[in-house]
Design a protein around this ligand. Structure first.
Ligand code: TYD
Length: 222
């Protein structure tokens, strides 16, 4: 548990999984029930971490090697945790976060091949045992997600389409990463079937969160 006071919920998933929409809807859901909520994101979420985000997401794609990128992710994450998340939890707020350290395990660990163990060591060094109370894994077939995200993938079966195939392979590794994270921590990580219209997915999210809150009130694991 991150803290006995507030509640820390992260959203994870690949491209086009609808995270941002569902986070905003869950924010309203909590507000209607009288909770004080903040929405934040990674990389970013504090002034310093947003500066690091700009370093990470702008410029030449090959600007950082994989290890440097992972270190920057964790530098930004530590600042975010210390300056934004922990203080909010100490005030008793609900913190909804668009991506957290599981994204580093999936993207840098599995996607970019650094390995989950290496990322978990960085996790421990940067923020110790701190982690979300609940992580919603937005699960969607890769092709649907890429279509939603507007990416081109129509000719992936054509052998010559190397870049699209590379993109698909990368997304398959991500999906595998998120799956293995969920299997390793089934109590914290809940899979949400993100294939459906917004209302349907919102109901699925609400069911999982309601269960989590009920179990939390009863002092049981989610
Ligand atoms: P963003 O524009 O916020 O994308 P998304 O809507 O997919 O969350 O950009 C964040 C990008 O950074 C996204 O491609 C995932 C990646 N990322 C990592 O590679 N490692 C991390 O630890 C985090 C938090 C994000």
């Amino acid at each position: 548990m991150s803290t006995p006071d507030g509640i820390f919920i992260s959203f994870e998933g690949g491209e086009g999984s609808g995270k941002s929409t569902q986070i905003r809807l869950l924010e309203q859901w909590f507000r209607h029930r009288g909770h004080d909520v903040i929405v934040t994101r990674e990389p970013g979420g504090s002034p310093g971490a947003e500066e690091i985000r700009a370093l990470l997401l702008t410029g030449d794609p090959g600007r950082w090697d994989a290890v440097t990128e992972a270190l920057l992710m964790f530098a930004s994450r530590r600042d975010h945790v210390e300056r934004t998340i922990r203080p909010a939890l100490a005030r008793g707020q609900v913190v909804l976060c668009d991506r957290f350290a599981d994204s580093s395990v999936a993207y840098q660990g599995y996607g970019h091949g650094l390995g989950a163990d290496f990322i978990r060591q960085l996790w421990k060094l940067a923020i110790g045992d701190f982690k979300p109370d609940l992580t919603l894994m937005m699960d969607l077939p890769i092709e649907t997600g890429l279509e939603r995200a507007g990416a081109r993938f129509a000719n992936v079966s054509a052998a010559e389409d190397r870049f699209e195939k590379m993109a698909l392979d990368f997304h398959r590794r991500l999906q595998q990463g998120f799956h293995e994270i969920t299997v390793a921590e089934p109590q914290r990580c809940r899979v949400i079937d993100a294939d459906g219209d917004v209302d349907t997915v919102t109901k699925r999210v609400a069911t999982v969160v309601e269960n989590f809150l009920k179990n939390r009130r009863a002092g049981q694991p989610a």
